[in-house]
Design a protein around this ligand. Structure first.
Ligand code: PBG
Ligand code: ZN
Length: 331
């Protein structure tokens, strides 16, 4: 058996060309979904201080902002609505209004960019006065079964507006089954269901909650989102959603849960999406601002990790900066 000095591992990484040839390709634009915040009104492009490079857009400004992003060949966008207190209620009814914000946004985006795949987040938290992802009883307990009926109404209203895919993120039991049945019985059997199937009660959602104004007013989300120290529940949640008819599973957050992505990949043949969440994005920005590392080099390395772990689809705030990351479609 030959060994050093005949075998030299550095041989295959001597040049840029060799490194590219033998390395796995990084995911390109078509694998990315850009999560973006929409507000009512017009002419609005409001910077989100906790997330440099991200804004809350009114629909007209979103259409403008999407032009160069669509050119990069991006796979899709995921819409989140941010509304004022007048549009919030105890039961989130504005979330399924046919004239609601997301419903208008979906229709406008699909009209302008018919080939762009549009996903919508389906949850109550941005539309409830109390900020929880479900309906609550008088003692503040989040109710499961009445909530999934509302989630199905929201999903249906998004499908009616033209969404290609709906993505329930409330972590209620039975939500996938309920939404699939509602869509199918209303002639939306082609609408894709991407489940936030393995979603953790994470401390990495801070910048998002600030951007979406969706922090729970009392308590936390630990009675519905997953505890991060329980692997079996994490896998079971995704397995269950697969049985209920999800088309795509998701792990969220991504970077602190690479092991979960990898284990899930061994346990399913469904496509796996990973949500590279706000805290993961903002932490790299904060580090770069302090001069601890190069912004886009760190971002690219983190994206490579998510892809290596086994996520085929990546939801990421970096997705509006794919040219800087050199992950756009080159013609
Ligand atoms: C709400 C929702 C959250 C995110 C996506 N949908 C926050 C939460 O659960 O509090 C987080 C996204 C991010 O941090 O980027 N259901
Ligand atoms: Zn929610």
């Amino acid at each position: 058996m030959s060994t050093f000095p005949e075998i030299r591992l550095r041989r295959l990484r001597r040049t840029e060309g060799l490194r590219k040839m033998f390395g796995q390709p990084l995911p390109r634009a078509e694998k990315f979904i850009w999560p973006v915040f929409v507000v009512n009104g017009s002419g609005e492009k409001i910077p989100i201080n906790s997330m440099p490079g991200q804004f809350r857009y009114s629909v007209d400004k979103l259409i403008e902002a999407l032009a160069p992003i669509v050119k990069t060949g991006i796979g899709g966008i995921m819409l989140f609505g941010v509304v004022d207190e007048n549009h919030k209620s105890i039961d989130a009814n504005y979330a399924y209004s046919s004239k609601g914000l997301i419903q208008k946004a979906v229709a406008a985006v699909k009209k302008e960019y018919p080939h762009l795949t549009v996903f919508t987040d389906v949850c109550l938290c941005a539309y409830t006065t109390h900020g929880h992802c479900g309906l609550i009883d008088s003692s503040g307990i989040v109710l499961n079964d009445p909530t999934i009926e509302i989630l199905a109404k929201i999903a249906l209203s998004h499908a009616e507006a033209g969404a290609d895919a709906v993505a329930p993120s409330a972590m209620m039991d039975g939500q996938i089954c309920e939404i699939r049945n509602t869509l199918d019985s209303n002639d939306f059997s082609d609408t894709i269901l991407m489940s936030y199937s393995t979603k953790y009660a994470s401390s990495m959602y801070g910048p998002f909650r600030n951007a979406a104004d969706s922090a729970p007013g009392h308590g936390d989300r630990k009675s519905y989102q997953l505890p991060y120290n329980d692997l079996n529940q994490a896998l079971r949640e995704s397995e269950f959603d697969e049985f209920e008819g999800a088309d795509i599973l998701m792990v969220k957050p991504a970077l602190f849960y690479l092991d979960i992505i990898a284990k899930l990949a061994e346990n399913t043949k469904l496509p796996i999406a990973a949500y590279n969440v706000s805290g993961e994005y903002s932490m790299i920005h904060a580090s770069a601002e302090k001069g601890y590392g190069d912004l886009y080099a760190m971002a690219q390395e983190s994206i490579a990790a998510i892809s290596r772990a086994g996520a085929g689809i990546i939801l990421s705030y970096w997705a509006n900066q794919l040219e800087e990351l050199e992950l756009y479609r080159k013609r």
